[in-house]
Design a protein around this ligand. Structure first.
Ligand SMILES: Nc1ncnc2c1ncn2[C@@H]1O[C@H](COP(=O)(O)OP(=O)(O)O)[C@@H](O)[C@H]1O
Ligand SMILES: [Mg+2]
Length: 272
């Protein structure tokens, strides 16, 4: 049943991207969503890595229906699945059709998500690897863009490429950067300092660095169990760091908004 939105909670929509595959986008998106839910926010998660559907594995669910059905007209309540306090609009593993949707179908997908906005406070979008049109559309549609970067040169370059296309193609003016799989705070600081220098020099974009997430073997163990990290090992260093990340996002000034979408994305038709 649709319910009125709680006015005391900020409406926020966070798209988690990062250019490179394997940097921890899905891990961070999922655990961030659950951390938001644990904080009392009604949280919706959308898997826009449409043909890979990693979130199903990380959540330990095997949905009967997917976004493909929703796009074909199946009511969303038959497609949404609940797990660990969040609801997920799942993708479909191995679906070439879903993986290759064009821009008008992408718009319909965003409209479907919009139609759920009365039932949820917070939206977390998991974005596929790469800087193609689809990834850039989803990464740039939401009020908050969060880019994951790892301490390795290729990840740095791909995070910069993501920030660049968000700035140039989507006119994003602000993005959050999260260093993941770091082995020390100094390493995280060096990484974000280098990225900041590039962004400040070449892009019309401001970045805010969020608390880093350490390299933690429990991340892989949780994935093997099909249980989200912050449920499987709530006291693991990476789980603590993700809760800290959720808190840092909550208090950041970019958070409060009446819509999940940026004005630019809305102007392009994302919410029509
Ligand atoms: N902080 C971390 N510490 C250790 N392993 C991690 C961490 N973050 C991610 N991983 C591992 O890296 C791999 C890729 O993570 P995933 O979230 O699927 O990345 P992406 O969605 O960017 O492709 C997985 O095997 C995951 O367990
Ligand atoms: Mg992923």
């Amino acid at each position: 049943m649709p319910q009125p939105t709680g006015s005391e909670l900020p409406r926020r929509a966070i798209a988690v991207s990062g250019g490179k595959g394997g940097v921890g986008k899905s891990t961070i998106a999922l655990n961030l969503a659950i951390a938001c839910a644990q904080g009392g926010e009604r949280t919706l998660m959308v898997d826009t890595d449409l043909g890979m559907a990693d979130l199903n594995l990380l959540l330990g669910v095997a949905p009967e229906k997917s976004l493909l059905d929703a796009l074909g007209g199946t009511p969303l309540e038959e497609v949404l699945i609940s797990a660990h306090g969040i609801e997920l609009l799942p993708a479909l593993n191995g679906s070439y059709l879903l993986a290759t949707i064009g821009s008008s179908t992408q718009r319909r997908l965003l409209e479907l998500v919009s139609s759920l906005s009365g039932r949820f406070d917070t939206l977390v979008v998991d974005v596929a690897a790469g800087i193609g049109q689809a990834q850039t559309t989803f990464a740039g549609a939401t009020t908050d863009a969060l880019v994951v970067v790892n301490p390795e040169p290729l990840s740095m370059a791909d995070a910069y490429a993501t920030l660049k296309v968000l700035s140039i193609e989507q006119q994003v003016k602000h993005a959050f950067v999260v260093p993941n799989r770091v082995t020390s705070r100094a390493q995280a600081e060096e990484l974000t300092a280098r990225l900041s220098v590039l962004v400040n020099r070449f892009l019309d974009l401001e970045i805010t660095t969020l608390p880093p997430i350490p390299a933690d073997p429990m991340v892989g163990e949780a994935a093997q169990f099909g249980v989200p990290l912050i449920v499987h090992a709530p006291d693991a260093p990476a789980a603590r760091a993700i809760r800290q990340l959720a808190r840092a996002l909550t208090i950041s000034p970019a958070s409060s908004t009446s819509s999940w979408w940026r004005a630019h994305a809305a102007a392009q038709g994302a919410t029509r």
